[in-house]
Design a protein. Structure first.
Length: 257
């Protein structure tokens, strides 16, 4: 069975490290810094087997060059349309990557960036900056309609699938979520749980798809009344009231929250 541990980087990033008890090999997801990874590998007597990249932003890729220098034969997987030049094995939607003998399917999730991909199977989802616990990534390059389409791919995963995103944004996201759904009992209970974890400096992740469907307003954009608590200036009002339009209203509100 694969084990997933968080390696802390920058102020709020997590570099996810995958290992098994069968060997001393480790794979890492989105290494924005190399030093924390190298320290973790040395501390646990591990060698680096491969790198998975979700998108090109520096806080997900800046550690790659030094890691490849230390481990020159490893593959760096990432989106085929990425401007990041350190990818050795480009990936497209529908491709499969075997990590420690565990297959991960690639899904394209444009929105935060146009090159964003996620690595998923029924048990684990590495979602980068697409899906956060209680929130989603800012739309730097894609449109709300693109991001909602990306979210629908994640919404279709099993409810117990664990969600590993790259930032400890959960408390701030839940503050926003409570402004959107102030009477959501699952959200209020989850927020208390996360507050206790963070008070003890424990990480709030992973979440699960099932949890996010209960508490994450962006995952709940299909609900007709999800925007009823938003200030009117943030609401995109149309005759169709499509879920992606609700998503757009929520994202606009979050950008100014």
């Amino acid at each position: 069975m694969v084990q997933v541990k968080a390696i802390k980087a920058f102020s709020d990033n997590y570099i996810w490290c995958l290992t098994t008890e069968q060997n001393n090999q480790a794979w890492v997801v989105d290494p924005g810094q190399s030093a924390p990874v190298l320290e973790h590998l040395a501390q646990h007597n591990l060698t680096l087997g491969g790198i998975l990249i979700t998108h090109h932003h520096y806080d997900h890729t800046d550690g790659v060059a030094q890691l490849v220098k230390q481990y020159p034969n490893i593959a760096v997987y990432g989106p085929s349309n990425s401007p990041f030049e350190g990818i050795t094995t480009p990936l497209n939607e529908g491709d499969t990557v075997s990590v420690l003998s565990i297959p991960f399917e690639i899904i394209a999730t444009p929105g935060h960036t146009l090159d964003h991909i996620c690595y998923i199977n029924d048990a684990l989802a590495f979602t980068g900056d697409t899906l956060f616990s209680g929130g989603c990534g800012r739309l730097f390059e894609g449109s709300p309609e693109q991001m909602w389409h990306s979210f629908n791919k994640l919404r279709a995963l099993p409810s117990d699938c664990k969600v590993y995103c790259t930032h400890e944004y959960t408390q701030a996201n839940l503050a926003f979520a409570k402004a959107v759904e102030p009477r959501n009992p699952e959200l209020l209970a989850y927020s208390e749980q996360v507050d206790k974890l963070r008070k003890d400096d424990e990480i709030s992740l992973p979440s699960t798809i099932g949890q996010e469907l209960k508490i994450n307003p962006f995952m709940r954009s299909n609900l007709p009344n999800i925007t009823e608590s938003l200030p009117k200036e943030y609401c995109l009002v149309t005759k169709n009231n499509e879920p992606w339009e609700n998503f757009a209203s929520l994202r606009k509100f979050k950008d100014n929250f």
